[in-house]
Design a protein around this ligand. Structure first.
Ligand SMILES: *[C@@H]1O[C@H](CO)[C@@H](O)[C@H](O)[C@H]1NC(C)=O
Ligand SMILES: *[C@@H]1O[C@H](CO)[C@@H](O)[C@H](O)[C@H]1NC(C)=O
Length: 352
């Protein structure tokens, strides 16, 4: 009797507590909340803004595939526990200043497939724990020095498929732990000296499908850990051996097909030399197609390995042979003169 009374009592005292927990942790109308894992799933729910009643303890918030257009200063207010925030495939065109201010423990942020044209200068100001940032498939045109200033824990940065033409040379200066940088499918023209000066840890650098025609002499020098360098689908006509020799790595694979290569003896020599450097591997050498001069257009560089330097070799040969003939001629003439003089002096002494 006494035990059942006490059981009743303890249960009754627990009830208000349970209620309180429930009222502290509401679930936004169109979302599914998994309380045991602090996960809130609001995927493809037709939301046009970030719901205001996301439980404070949420660890993962998935808002992908909605119709959110802008992220306000108060959108994520108080969500201190958030580690993963997925906002891909919305229509976000504006991130208001300090919109991400409370997300100090955020590790993954996915803003891919949106409509961002620029990043606010303080974009990563409080994102000091961020390790992975996806900004691919937006409309970014440039990258300023301040936007990514405070994310020195970033390991993966995806900026592919934007319209980036200009990047401040200091844009990546605080990202010294970066391992993957994807800039594929942008409009970059030059790979600048100094842009990657802090990226000693960078392992993968994807620059394919840009408009790069120039790689500055020191641009690759800081990349001590690089294993993959994608440069296919750019506007490279020529490269310098020294620029690639500066890659002091253990092993780097390089992709360079689909560029408008001008196949001359010089280019052939550069590729020949690169292939003799043990740690450099031109992965797609067999697919490198010449764009110019007209007589080589469409041919594979690999298929005419010694041909391109033939003309040069022939010229050198002609010059050498001409010089040799002239020297031999001169020697014969000199010898003949000597003999004539000898004969004359012999005759003279015989006369005496
Ligand atoms: C984006 O979301 C829409 C609607 O939810 C969906 O149909 C589409 O497949 C998604 N696209 C991507 C790239 O995820
Ligand atoms: C691509 O680069 C060429 C020079 O190599 C330049 O003339 C052209 O304007 C560039 N295109 C874009 C879209 O930046």
């Amino acid at each position: 009797m006494s035990t059942s009374c006490c059981r009743m009592l303890s249960l009754m005292s627990l009830l208000p507590l349970l209620n309180a927990t429930a009222s502290f942790r509401p679930c936004p109308g169109s979302c599914l909340c998994y309380r045991s894992s602090d996960l809130v799933d609001c995927r493809s729910s037709g939301l046009d803004q970030v719901p205001s009643d996301v439980p404070k303890g949420t660890w993962l918030l998935d808002l992908s595939g909605n119709k959110v257009e802008d992220v306000h200063t108060r959108s994520f207010m108080g969500l201190w526990a958030l580690r993963i925030l997925l906002l891909s495939n919305n229509s976000i065109h504006t991130l208001h200043p300090q919109a991400l201010l409370s997300l100090q423990f955020l590790e993954r942020l996915d803003l891919s497939f949106n409509r961002l044209r620029s990043l606010p200068p303080d974009f990563t100001q409080s994102l000091s724990s961020l390790q992975e940032l996806r900004l691919d498939h937006n409309l970014l045109k440039h990258l300023d020095s301040a936007s990514l200033e405070d994310s020195d824990n970033l390991r993966k940065l995806d900026l592919s498929h934007n319209r980036i033409q200009y990047m401040d040379v200091r844009a990546f200066k605080s990202l010294s732990r970066l391992r993957l940088l994807n800039l594929q499918g942008n409009r970059l023209n030059v790979l600048m000296n100094g842009l990657l000066s802090r990226q000693q840890a960078l392992e993968v650098l994807l620059l394919g499908h840009n408009n790069i025609s120039t790689i500055e002499a020191e641009a690759l020098a800081p990349l001590r850990s690089l294993t993959l360098l994608g440069l296919h689908g750019n506007q490279l006509e020529h490269i310098k051996f020294k620029t690639f020799l500066k890659l002091q790595t253990t092993s780097t694979h390089i992709q360079m097909s689909r560029n408008p290569w001008i196949c001359d003896c010089d280019l052939q020599r550069v590729f020949g030399k690169i292939q003799h450097v043990r740690h450099l591997h031109v992965e797609d050498y067999k697919d490198i197609v010449c764009h110019a001069p007209p007589q080589q257009a469409g041919s594979l560089l690999a298929s005419m390995d010694s041909q391109l330097c033939m003309a040069e070799t022939a010229t050198v040969l002609v010059i050498t042979i001409t010089v040799m003939i002239a020297v031999i001629g001169a020697l014969i003439k000199a010898e003949r003169n000597r003999k004539n003089k000898q004969a004359a002096s012999d005759a003279e002494s015989a006369e005496k």
